[in-house]
Design a protein around this ligand. Structure first.
Ligand code: GLT
Ligand code: MN
Ligand code: MN
Length: 382
């Protein structure tokens, strides 16, 4: 029942299972994982697909011939295992050239180089069959705010995304962009700090239909926000092109913990939003194993992400079919939606005759009971 199937659309980035456990104070605790071995491991544990940054596969200084050989070997691993290639992205944060930003750098040549590097990563994504391209502007931020006008940062970022959309259109690629926000880390502060900021930017782009968002649980939680609310908004707006699932304690550095390992209840509501809301995109786990783990532990971590998702999905089904819970929802009229337009109900018709303001103010909503029923259900005593 909790065994992952292809239709669950679970994916992992090469950088997730390949994470070597380095942190700002300590060295790597795991050896490098060959991308081909990662593909075989993911297929073995039941994942549907894999994602990568350009440099997770091809070193930044590879010659064209080296690049082609590496890509051919990777494609063979995909063909041998049947694992799908789903999402591509570009590393605009590791190399020192990007230390003060890529698309928002003050240096025009660096901005051009960032675009060129992204275009080659888009080519790679297309060549591997990917249809989603994520842009995470990890270095697009500041410590010294005197060095850049933040309005220039917005303008430069917009110009870059417009440029990339033109490229995709001219090439005829079937690729859409998903913008991923984060409030800080590695920069002191990052521009477009939350998914809401990107949702507001998108309508100002030249091709808004080609651009959506890739919200990450950890990133919104770092900002003190409740993840499933912004996911719901993006989904309702038709802008949830991708999602990064993981977990996070509030107020910490970006922990990228195993999915649902910390916030059981919020993870439940997230799965409920995705499943009830008809999200049909990939479920990507952008997380990594604890630094204490060896390769076996990494496998347990990846299996755990998928298992926890499926367990919560089953809990959502139980919630939706639970007679007592549904009775309360019916009594509080939680699922009623009247489409109210200015023409259908005129201002003087808004308040129906017999509406009892004081009675409504005094009525109990039974939310204590409802929330306890949810707790019982999640803890498995119901
Ligand atoms: C990096 C970051 C992630 C982003 C990846 C995409 S890279 O690991 O922490 O949140 O999704 O660039
Ligand atoms: Mn992410
Ligand atoms: Mn993260």
């Amino acid at each position: 029942m909790y065994t992952p199937k292809p239709e669950d659309r679970f994916t992992f980035g090469l950088w997730t299972v390949g994470n070597r456990g380095r942190d700002p104070f300590g060295l790597e605790t795991r050896p490098p994982l060959d991308p081909v071995d990662a593909v075989h491991m993911l297929a073995e544990i039941g994942a549907w697909g894999v994602n990568l940054h350009d440099n997770d596969l091809v070193p930044i200084d590879a010659t064209p011939a080296e690049r082609d050989a590496i890509v051919a070997r990777f494609k063979k691993a995909l063909a041998d295992t049947g694992l799908q290639f789903v999402m591509g992205t570009v590393n605009l944060f590791t190399d020192p050239v990007f230390k003060d930003g890529a698309f928002t750098s003050n240096v025009p040549e660096i901005r051009r180089y960032a675009l060129r590097k992204t275009i080659e990563a888009i080519d790679l994504c297309h060549e591997l069959g990917g249809k989603i391209f994520v842009l995470w502007g990890g270095r697009e931020g500041a410590e010294v705010n005197a060095a850049r006008n933040p309005m220039d940062a917005v303008k430069r970022f917009r110009e870059a995304v417009n440029y990339l959309c033109e490229y995709v259109l001219e090439q005829g690629y079937n690729i859409r962009f998903a913008l991923e926000a984060k409030p800080n880390e590695p920069r002191g502060d990052i521009y477009f700090p939350s998914t809401g900021a990107y949702l507001a930017l998108i309508p100002t782009l030249d091709h808004p239909e080609m651009v959506g968002v890739n919200p990450e649980f950890a990133h919104e939680t770092m900002a003190g926000l409740q993840f499933h609310h912004i996911v719901a908004q993006a989904l309702e707006m038709g802008k949830l092109f991708h999602i990064d699932l993981n977990d996070q304690k509030i107020g910490r550095f970006d922990q990228d913990l195993r999915f649902a390992s910390e916030n059981y209840k919020e993870s439940f509501f997230l799965v409920k939003v995705l499943e009830d809301g008809g999200y049909d995109g990939p479920r990507h786990f952008d997380a990594h194993a604890y630094r204490t783990e060896d390769l076996e532990g990494v496998k347990e971590f990846a299996k755990g992400c998928m298992r926890s998702y499926l367990i919560l999905k089953e809990k959502v089904r139980q919630f939706n079919e639970d007679p007592e819970i549904q009775q309360i929802l019916q009594e509080i009229r939680a699922n009623e939606h009247e489409v109210l337009t200015y023409n259908s109900v005129r201002p003087d018709e808004l308040v129906p005759p017999g509406f009892e303001r004081t009675a409504w103010g005094a009525k109990g909503y039974a939310y204590e009971r409802l929330d306890q029923l949810l707790f019982d259900l999640l803890m498995g005593v119901r």
